[in-house]
Write a protein that binds this ligand. Structure first.
Ligand code: G1P
Length: 290
C-alpha cells in the first residue's frame, strides 16, 4: 500500500519570474485551480490521503490554501457563491497535510531527502506539481501504484521526447518487460544529458525492445524507502545538486527501477509555454474556448 505522497514545493520557480517572486509557483492557477491542488487531487484519486509537502521560504500561501478559511466561508454561506469553495473544502476534508521546510536549495534529491521525516520507512509517491500529467481516464499515479504492487520496487513515469530536448529532463534507457508494451526495467539513467552524449543510445533504438534515450522522466515517482539512505550517500551531480535521478540509478543497477511509459499528456507548467498549453487544454475540456 502507498499511503503518502510527497510534493517537493520549495523551488524558486525562476522560469516564471516575476510572477513567482511572491507567489509560489505551485500556486499558479490553471483556470481557477492552483497547480498543487491538481497534484493533491491526483493523489487522492489514487487512494492516498496523506500529503507531505516540502516547502521553503515564501511558500506560506500553500499552507493557507489547504486550510479552512472560516471568515471567507461565513461571508459566502447562504449566498450564490458558496459553491466556489466546494472543491477545495472536499480536498481538505479528505486529506491530512504535513509540512517541512527545505532550508537550502540543493536539488530535487535533497528536497525528497528533506521529506524523510514526514514519510518514514515506507514506500511513497512523489508528485512534481508543475508537471501536470493526464493519462487517459485513469490517473497516472494509480497505474504506477499497480505496477509497484506487482514489482515491489521504485517506479517512474516516462514519456517520449524529441532528441533535442534531453537537456531538460532525466533520460533513461531500459528493456521492455515481456508481455507489456509500455513497461521497462531501467538499465541506465542520466540527468539532463547533452544529446550528443547519448549517440550510442540512438543506435540502440533499432532494437524494438530497448527504451532509447528519447525516454524522459516525468514528474511522478513511486520510491522505496531505501532511497533515503542512497540520497544521503551520493555526491552532488548535475549542476552541483543532489539528484533523484542519480539515487535511482543506484537502484536501477540492482534491477530495481521500473519505468512506465504513459500514453497521456504532460504539461511542463514550470515553463510559460507548457503553462499556456495546459490552460488551453483545460479551457477546451470545459468548453470555455470554441
Ligand atoms: C526534475 C528531474 C528530472 C525530471 C523532471 C521532470 O527536473 O530532475 O529528471 O525529468 O523533474 O519534470 P526539474 O524539472 O526539477 O529541473
Amino acid at each position: 500500500m502507498i499511503n503518502k505522497c510527497l510534493f517537493p514545493a520549495a523551488g524558486y520557480g525562476t522560469r516564471f519570474l516575476p510572477a513567482t517572486k511572491a507567489v509560489p509557483k505551485e500556486m499558479l492557477p490553471i483556470l481557477n485551480k492552483p497547480l498543487l491542488q491538481y497534484g493533491v487531487e491526483e493523489a487522492l484519486s489514487a487512494g492516498i490521503n496523506n500529503m507531505a509537502i516540502v516547502t521553503g521560504r515564501g511558500k506560506r500561501a500553500i499552507e493557507d490554501h489547504f486550510d479552512n478559511a472560516s471568515e471567507l466561508e461565513s461571508q459566502l454561506r447562504g449566498t450564490s457563491k458558496e459553491h466556489y469553495l466546494d472543491d477545495i473544502k472536499s480536498v481538505i476534508e479528505k486529506s491530512t497535510f504535513t509540512y517541512i521546510r527545505q532550508t537550502q536549495m540543493l536539488g530535487l534529491g535533497h528536497a525528497i531527502l528533506t521529506g524523510e521525516t514526514l514519510i518514514g520507512e515506507e514506500p511513497f509517491a512523489v508528485i512534481l506539481a508543475d508537471d501536470l500529467c493526464i493519462d487517459g481516464d485513469i490517473n497516472l499515479l494509480s497505474k504506477m501504484i499497480k505496477i509497484y504492487e506487482k514489482y515491489q520496487c521504485s517506479v517512474i513515469a516516462i514519456e517520449e521526447i524529441p532528441f533535442t530536448q534531453t537537456e531538460k529532463y532525466g533520460v533513461i534507457s531500459g528493456d521492455l518487460i515481456d508481455g507489456t508494451n509500455d513497461t521497462y526495467r531501467v538499465t541506465n539513467m542520466f540527468e539532463k544529458p547533452k544529446s550528443h552524449d547519448l549517440i550510442e543510445f540512438v543506435e540502440d533504438r533499432v532494437n524494438p525492445n530497448y527504451a532509447s534515450s528519447f525516454m524522459a522522466i516525468a514528474g511522478r515517482y513511486i520510491l522505496t524507502p531505501d532511497i533515503f539512505d542512497i540520497l544521503k550517500k551520493i555526491k552532488p551531480g548535475k549542476n552541483g545538486e543532489i539528484q533523484i535521478t542519480d539515487a535511482l540509478l543506484f537502484q536501477a543497477n540492482q534491477g530495481k527501477v521500473i519505468a512506465y511509459k504513459f500514453k497521456g499528456k504532460r504539461f511542463d507548467c514550470g515553463s510559460v509555454e507548457g503553462y499556456i498549453k495546459a490552460i488551453n487544454y483545460f479551457a477546451k475540456k470545459q468548453e470555455l474556448l470554441k
